[in-house]
Design a protein around this ligand. Structure first.
Ligand SMILES: [Zn+2]
Length: 406
């Protein structure tokens, strides 16, 4: 994101959207939006799309499948002569992956009204992308370099009921669909994430002269804590320790202090709460047995985001009409859709990832698998278009069981 290559790719994409008959614009939050006009002049729009930025050294499918797949769904509808009642907006959200400023989902965050003034002041951490290391660069400056007005980005949120439904096509980024030999996944929820720091405070001592039974080895205790975090994962969620900092950090000193960065993910808020509690208990017993202090401090907590029941039903109806097998699953990865859920009923369709790999150059999904996803997306948009009601009280509702036309 924010690189010349990214800008060039988006200009290319804007041309392809235009070729497909879409009215193209960049909105105030830097999202590239192509609109296919509906037959009605008023009422909520349907929205689909994803992102075209990637993590460093990643593949070509994460996000991009949802944008180019969305474009292909638009072409399918147009070629089949299927006009929609509602406007259809195809979006390439600005910067979904965590950027140099440590913020993810910049574009969808802005549309959802979740972009805050303090986000704009976040500063560059890596000095990548042409910024000299140490140069005081901010997200606001990066937005300005791409021709955006940061103050306008803060006000780019969608109006209430402006969008009646958001559906995102994405690669699974995990092994579930491939292992099951099932071509389509219907996402029931995007997992919540609890991040935490566990700090183990022991006592630094001479590694040659301190007898084993007199040590308060923070790293040995942390090793047990890492296993306790791992044990917290299992059915219903996952748990990971991703980083350790050991002090003083020399081979000839018994480690005095260790900080561990950990996270747990689950679609079930109760699971997250219970597992965090049981982890605290395990840490307390390690602490008591080894006679040193272990403290768990929460860093951040993002609640699970369930997909809207009516969108799940529309996706299921679409898949059933196409006669394709599908299964429900939970997204362990975060997505633009999690932000969009705040402003519109949200749903996601997954296609299999080869070997479950993602965020690596080997990331791959077969064209035939993506084509399945595109057909499911196009049919889902039709289903929603036919069932989306827009009443005078400006309430947007879906009536999937009330489809009058086929
Ligand atoms: Zn993605």
């Amino acid at each position: 994101v924010f690189t010349p290559v990214y800008q060039e790719a988006r200009r290319w994409l804007a041309e392809r959207m235009s070729d497909a008959g879409l009215a193209v614009q960049f909105d105030d939050a830097g999202n590239l939006v192509g609109t296919k006009k509906g037959r009605r002049s008023a009422g909520p729009a349907l929205m689909t799309g994803s992102h075209t930025d990637t993590v460093a050294g990643a593949g070509r499918f994460d996000g991009i499948v949802g944008v180019l797949g969305g474009l292909e769904a638009v072409r399918l509808l147009t070629e089949a002569g299927l006009a929609l009642e509602h406007d259809l907006r195809l979006v390439d959200f600005l910067g979904e992956e965590p950027n140099d400023f440590g913020l993810s989902c910049v574009g969808s965050r802005a549309l959802a009204g979740h972009l805050q003034a303090e986000h704009l002041e976040l500063s560059a951490t890596t000095g990548a992308h042409g910024t000299a290391p140490g140069e005081c660069d901010t997200l606001a400056a990066a937005l300005q370099r791409t021709g955006l007005e940061p103050a306008a980005a803060l006000k780019a949120s969608l109006r209430p009921h402006e969008v009646g439904a958001f559906v995102e096509l994405h690669v699974e980024q995990g092994p579930v669909l491939e292992r099951a030999g099932i071509p389509l996944g219907v996402v029931s929820a995007i997992a919540g994430i609890h991040r935490m720091v566990i700090e183990v405070s022991g006592r630094p001592d001479h590694a040659g002269t301190t007898p084993m039974e007199q040590r308060k080895d923070a790293l040995a205790a942390a090793a047990e804590a890492v296993l306790a975090v791992e044990a917290a994962g299992g059915e219903g969620g996952v748990a990971t320790t991703g980083r350790l900092k050991v002090e003083p950090g020399a081979a000839n000193i018994v480690p005095g202090r260790v900080r561990m960065w950990c996270e747990m993910r689950s679609a079930d808020p109760e699971w997250l709460r219970e597992r965090t509690e049981s982890l605290r208990e395990r840490l307390a017993s390690i602490s008591a047995r080894r006679g040193l202090a272990i403290e768990l401090s929460p860093l951040s907590s993002a609640a699970p985001v369930p997909a809207a029941a009516e969108i799940i039903e529309s996706i299921n109806n679409a898949i059933e009409k196409l006669g394709l097998p599908a299964r429900r699953l939970i997204s362990g990865a975060g997505h633009d859709a999690a932000h969009m859920a705040a402003v519109a009923p949200m749903g996601m369709i997954f296609v299999p990832s080869q070997g479950g790999r993602s965020h690596v150059p080997e990331e791959h999904s077969e064209v035939s698998a993506i084509a399945c996803g595109v057909r499911a997306l196009a049919q889902t948009l039709l289903e929603i278009d036919r069932s989306l009601e827009y009443d005078q009280a400006k309430k947007t509702r879906l009536h999937p069981s009330n489809n009058q036309r086929e």
